[in-house]
Design a binder for this molecule. Structure first.
Ligand code: NAD
Ligand code: IPM
Ligand code: MN
Length: 357
């Protein structure tokens, strides 16, 4: 079949890891007889440098003509001093907003061969880690009113956390639907003992749950959830949460599986159109060294094949290839342990692509 994919590497290691994602996609095309066409575009700091804006209007239009978006990461110290509206992250925020990508799926699963890399004790991880975190991505404190004003103590700044019943309902439905395909357990994470927005979150999720009687719903406060992720990650199947809590908890859930360099994501709208990206950032500390782990992006490509292109067999082939490469002992530095074979970003991509069958 023919598909068109928007390719947006962004900044820092985004560029290195997206090339490897495309390499694997090309190999899928060869082995399974698909033809992938690409629309390459700049978003983030690189776009600011070239065009003076983090994203061009024409890029939004180009994305509309594609079946899915593959994204790397944006941002970096070079652009940190810019005013908020002009920062690289605004490019990503605009894509999320323009395409109404409200449901952010962030799976965290431990690979058998990477158990040694988990910062958690064996006694904890042997019970298994297989979490699907669903984060609201277009509402909440990152997207609502913010500003500065004169307050009681002089200059102050504020960001508003706000959720509507509509926003909670639509993301909760996604979570329950995904739970039906998994272990049928949803834990909704909020801070309803302190926040009114969390109270509406909790009440709305409870209402939505009535439409899904087969799914067990529990509520958990975010501070407890942070603790349980470190001590008892096996209790989680689907986690449903707000934008800010999901941002923080997904890095935590992710790293329990070994490295943030392994964690993929899909950001979807009501029609399942989506942007696929690793959850990590541009990693300025290792950018340009050729050592970033491309597997998070490669897993994102697998999610894209499954969700956007309806190619589950091809997605499974990527999963098998990654497991094989890991079981043969190949590791980028972030997942390296003594006795394994250290490889670069490019080598990891090439090895994984070669295992696709
Ligand atoms: P980061 O995720 O870039 O890095 C955190 C740590 O994880 C670093 O030590 C880094 O080296 C390591 N790491 C991340 N990805 C890795 C990979 N693939 N392989 C090996 N190691 C990896 O987070 P940060 O340092 O807080 O942010 C850096 C920049 O990235 C900031 O400008 C931030 O705004 C941006 N950012 C962008 C996105 C995005 O575009 N979606 C997400 C997060 C952060
Ligand atoms: C992420 C990132 C972004 C977010 C930043 C860059 C705004 O941290 O995708 O996890 O929190 O949405
Ligand atoms: Mn984040």
């Amino acid at each position: 079949m023919d598909f068109k994919i928007a390719i947006i590497p962004g900044d820092g290691i985004g560029v290195d890891v997206v090339s490897e994602g495309v390499k694997v996609l090309e190999r899928i095309g060869e082995v399974y007889g698909h033809n992938f066409k690409y629309e390459h575009m700049l978003v983030g700091g690189c776009c600011i440098d070239k065009h003076g804006t983090p994203i061009m209007d024409e890029s939004i239009e180009k994305c509309k003509s594609c079946d899915a978006i593959l994204f790397g990461a944006v941002g970096g110290p070079k652009w940190d001093a810019l005013p908020r509206e002009q920062r690289p992250e605004r490019g990503l925020a605009r894509l999320r907003r323009e395409f109404n990508l409200f449901a952010n799926l962030r799976p965290a699963k431990i690979y058998e061969d990477l158990k040694d890399k988990s910062p958690l004790k064996n006694s904890i991880i042997e019970k298994g880690i297989d979490i699907m975190l669903i984060r609201d991505l277009t509402g909440g404190i990152y997207f609502n009113e913010k500003g500065r004003r004169e307050g009681k103590y002089g200059l102050e700044a504020y960001d508003v956390e706000c959720y509507s019943v509509m926003e909670v309902t639509r993301v909760a439905k996604k979570a329950f639907e995904l739970a039906l395909q998994r272990k049928k357990r949803v834990i909704s994470v909020d801070k309803s003992n302190a926040l009114e927005s969390s109270k509406i979150w909790r009440d709305t999720v409870t209402e939505v749950a009535k439409e899904y009687p087969e799914v067990e719903l529990k509520h958990m406060l975010v501070d407890k959830a942070a603790m349980e992720l470190a001590c008892n990650p096996s209790i989680f199947d689907v986690i449903l949460t707000t934008s800010i809590f999901g941002d923080i908890l997904s890095d935590e859930a992710g790293v329990t599986t070994g490295s943030v360099g392994m964690l993929a994501s899909a950001s979807l709208n009501e029609n399942n159109f989506g942007l696929y990206e690793p959850i990590h950032g541009t990693a300025p500390d290792i950018a340009g060294k050729g050592i970033a782990n491309p597997l998070a992006t490669i897993v994102s490509v697998a999610m894209m094949l499954e969700i956007a292109l309806n190619l589950p067999k091809e997605a499974a082939a990527i999963d098998r290839a990654i497991k094989q490469v890991l079981s043969e002992g190949y590791r980028t530095p972030d997942i390296y342990t003594e006795g394994t074979k250290k490889v670069t970003t490019i080598e990891m991509g090439t090895l994984t692509a070669a295992k696709i069958s």
